[in-house]
Write a protein that binds this ligand. Structure first.
Ligand code: KIV
Length: 279
């Protein structure tokens, strides 16, 4: 992508019926690959707690860690719209603390906005962060930061009441200023209805093909995370297997002495002359 991707441009994409491609990334190498691939939005997700740090939930991620990873991602993708997850504990205590953390994340990383989880109960917070000039993406449906409260998760919005609540939440978060609404694990027809009801773009993950855009965790879509694979993940590569094989080839060649060969080593001209003079 040659020109910088922005929220207003993506708003026009929804109006023109164009799809938005979003992927997570957590470091320089992956974000530069994502930018080369034409990704519109990179999410520095708190899923880094799972796929980078090996935790079972997203709860341990901290603001400092999100900032550390986002800085590296920004260096690799100067023209991609970058959004950073507000981690658990960074916005629940008070609106003031949420605004302070959102400003800190934007100011210290150069990202283009923050994402936070929750329904209508987050409307006032989103209003306040937006008023502080930090764009916010709202995340509704399955919200992994509620794992301690919920125990487990499944597809959301399956009854009339639950579906109505998701639609109401989405409308309230848009009215509060959310630039986009992300829906996780929402049935396809409901996500399509919510997309139609909103002016802002929607991004789906496990929410079918009726959303304005899609997001996946890049470790999942590249086949690099084997602890858990949700139904909505399509693996576009088996990079984990490929890299493991490359590592195994390297180990074999180190052990049998075939690496490094001459092509990967430095010679010493006049070695016969120099070496005998060493003591
Ligand atoms: O943290 C993350 O990667 C996310 C996506 C799963 C949407 O929030």
């Amino acid at each position: 992508m040659s020109e910088k991707q922005t929220w207003p441009k993506m708003q026009k994409m929804k109006e023109a019926g164009e799809k938005i491609a979003m992927l997570t990334a957590y470091d320089y190498a992956s974000s530069s690959m994502a930018e080369k691939a034409g990704v519109d939005i990179i999410l520095v997700g708190d899923s880094l707690s799972n796929v980078v740090q090996g935790n079972d939930t997203t709860l341990p991620a901290t603001v400092d860690e999100m900032i550390y990873h986002t800085k590296a991602v920004r260096r690799g993708a100067p023209n991609t719209c970058i959004i950073t997850d507000m981690p658990f504990g960074s916005y629940e205590v008070s609106i003031e603390e949420g605004v302070r953390n959102a400003i800190r994340i934007l100011k210290e990383t150069g990202c283009d906005g923050v994402k936070l989880e929750g329904g209508a109960e987050r409307a006032e917070l989103i209003k306040a962060i937006t008023a502080a000039s930090v764009p916010v993406m709202a995340h509704i449906g399955m919200t992994p930061q509620k794992i301690a409260q919920m125990g487990s998760f499944g597809v959301q919005g399956k009854s009339v009441e639950a579906a109505q609540k998701l639609l109401d939440d989405a409308k309230k978060l848009e009215a509060a200023g959310a630039v986009q609404v992300l829906m996780e694990c929402v049935p396809t027809p409901l996500a399509a209805k919510i997309t139609e009801a909103l002016t802002v773009p929607t991004i789906g993950i496990g929410a079918g093909n009726g959303c304005t855009g899609q997001v996946l965790v890049w470790y999942d879509m590249a086949g690099m995370y084997d602890k858990f694979c949700p139904k909505f993940v399509k693996k576009y590569a088996e990079a984990g297997a490929l890299i493991t094989q490359a590592m195994a080839d390297y180990v074999k060649e180190v052990k049998d002495g075939s690496f490094p060969d001459e092509a990967h080593s430095f010679g010493l001209k006049n070695a016969e002359e120099i070496l005998p003079r060493l003591y």
